[in-house]
Design a binder for this molecule. Sequence first.
Ligand SMILES: [Zn+2]
Length: 401
Amino acid sequence: MTALPGRRAVRCGTLFDGTGAGPIRDAVVIIEGERIVAAGPAATTVVPAGADVVDLGRRFVMPGLIDAHTHASIVPGLGNQVGQLCQPIAPQALRAASNLRRNLAAGTTTMRLMAEEHFLDVDLREAIETGVIPGPRLLVATRGITASNGHGRALSSFDGVDEIRRGVRENFQRGADHVKLFTTGGVSSTSTNLHGSVYSREEIRAAVEEAHRVGKYAAAHAHGGLGLRLAVEEGVSTIEHGALTTDDDIALMKERDVWLVSTLSILFHPTGIEQGDAGRPAIMQKVREAREVVQRNFPRHLSSGVRFAVGTDSMHGLMPFELEMLVRFGVSTRDALLAGTRSGAEACRVDREVGTIEAGKRADLIAVDGDPLADITALRRVTQVMKDGVLYDGSGGRNGS
Ligand SMILES: [Zn+2]
């Protein structure tokens, strides 16, 4: 009997499907083309006659990772992130191609990009979808909506309700999936603070309205204080970073069903801001302060019931470290894996397509050497990555389907 084109059976040593169900020993995932058609115990899941078999019988298989907050072109360890965004398009595009390959090889199959210049992210998304370069599936913000004196201001800025409306509309016209706006300052810039709000309530509301009216949503870069409160009150769907969130902020976020997207590796990993901006005392001071507050508060926030997902914020290939940080802050290994898969998909509103290994979903899965439920650091050893049914090798190169 000849195999139906594109029909495959993936044998899994252990299957963690991301639905919240317990792991299944000796399982199988049936794939047809780019979709999953069945998944379950090998004993009860029918393997279609003639299907090609992908043998991951010695591996822990789980959904592809979802990096819910990152950028394609930035490398934090090089320093001056805004300066990187101000470069001409070619150096940014070359860096991005290399970064995207690295993320895919480390297990990330979906990335939500949170601002690029030159509409580079639209072209990257197209290049990946058409097979020009390997990379995760991209959800893009295009230009960040930030004020003239705001964090993240590179080439573009938007002041006043009218400019914000026009900026958001133009972003959508160019292909943006969501709005990224910056309300508070950031750790990696010198002239901003982490509590204030560069935008007025009316400006934030305008960005949110423009998104909602066309069925999209807004995400706010906000660390704490007024900028975070206004963003939550005016209807953003996700708070990005949230390093200085208080218990009251978390309570309000829970009440309004707002996600916390934590980005811990850029703050804590030695190759993050610590390396890139070591020579800038004003930034290093912010790093120290933010670390202290996060270490004190995040164990409480992460167990508060607020919904959370994670992003590397340009720490390419470090989703495993991001999940290790959650575990360090008291999250169970199971919940850390869910934060990096199903919850990421929900926060990015792509949970109908990805985030779990279930019939109907896209065939995005990774194989891990070891058991990340027993030791989260096993996730550093991703040996195979499948995206849309296509298997990639450890370098991010296509390995055939
Ligand atoms: Zn960011």
